[in-house]
Design a protein around this ligand. Structure first.
Ligand SMILES: Nc1ncnc2c1ncn2[C@@H]1O[C@H](COP(=O)(O)OP(=O)(O)O)[C@@H](O)[C@H]1O
Ligand SMILES: [Mg+2]
Length: 241
């Protein structure tokens, strides 16, 4: 379970990037943060992973409070899928997926087996793809590797920053389906960031619409469509559907 309580972020020499944001994601639930570029989605996600420390507010993951754990122990329980897959270009696919486990000094045989299993799951056979470099893969394949990397240490919580951005519509639809299938298998608690409200409705059961650092409205697709709280949400709905 993830709980974010009245979290704000003010960067030096600027105004609020995120202001008094509160939400909960239940175990096994997929939630989406949706909004225009610059509205504070990535900052919110990074605060959950503690890549950015909040200026105020509290965050809990799996019953533990962020301020009570050291950063390394905190991050080990969370998988993070970086915007645009974020693979390291000079490392092979196998090396990219296993990087964190190597840092954690896990058993070599275990690492290899786990990479093979994950590559099978994301439908990039180990024999064909393990030794390739990220630039030798398509955008969609790189995104899948980014997801495998986040799953490597089997975290309960996964944070995904625009994991399906910049893909053609066909590939995107395929990956959406794969994502939903994968999640049925793994049953993770997920927060996904997207600027695409349709994508959010398709993938998530809890939708949070952000604007200028604030969550303007959150709820199910049905609630948001039937009772938009203000003109901004109405316009956002119109622009997307
Ligand atoms: N490191 C930073 N220093 C100063 N301002 C930042 C920093 N990171 C993000 N911001 C600002 O915070 C706001 C929210 O950014 P971000 O969370 O990246 O938005 P989104 O992911 O929704 O596009 C933007 O106005 C951005 O310019
Ligand atoms: Mg962003």
């Amino acid at each position: 379970m993830i709980k974010v309580s009245q979290v704000s972020k003010i960067f030096p020499h600027s105004n609020y990037a995120v202001r008094e944001v509160s939400f909960s994601v239940q175990s096994g639930q997929i939630a989406a943060l949706v909004g225009k570029s610059g509205c504070g989605k990535t900052t919110t996600l990074k605060m959950i992973n503690r890549l950015i420390e909040p200026s105020s507010g509290e965050i809990w993951v799996g019953g533990k409070k962020a301020s009570e754990l050291d950063v390394i122990s905190w991050r080990r329980r969370i998988g993070y899928v970086i915007q645009k897959a974020g693979l390291l270009p000079h490392l092979t696919i196998e090396e990219n997926i296993s990087l964190l486990s190597k840092v954690l000094a896990k058993d070599k045989n275990w690492i290899k087996k786990r990479v093979q299993q994950l590559m099978h799951t994301i439908q990039l056979p180990y024999e064909d793809y393990a030794d390739r470099y990220p630039l030798q893969l398509s955008g969609g394949q790189q995104q899948r590797v980014g997801i495998a990397r986040a799953l490597m240490e089997n975290p309960d919580v996964i944070l995904m920053d625009e994991p399906f951005g910049a893909l053609d519509p066909m590939t995107k639809a395929d990956l959406h389906q794969e994502f939903l299938d994968l999640n049925q298998k793994f049953n993770k608690t997920i927060v996904i960031v997207t600027h695409d409200l349709r994508e959010a409705f398709k993938l998530a059961s809890h939708i949070m619409i952000m604007n200028e650092g604030v969550i303007v409205q959150q709820g199910s697709e049905k609630q948001i469509k039937s009772q938009p709280v203000n003109e901004f949400v109405q316009k956002f709905l119109k622009g997307h559907l």
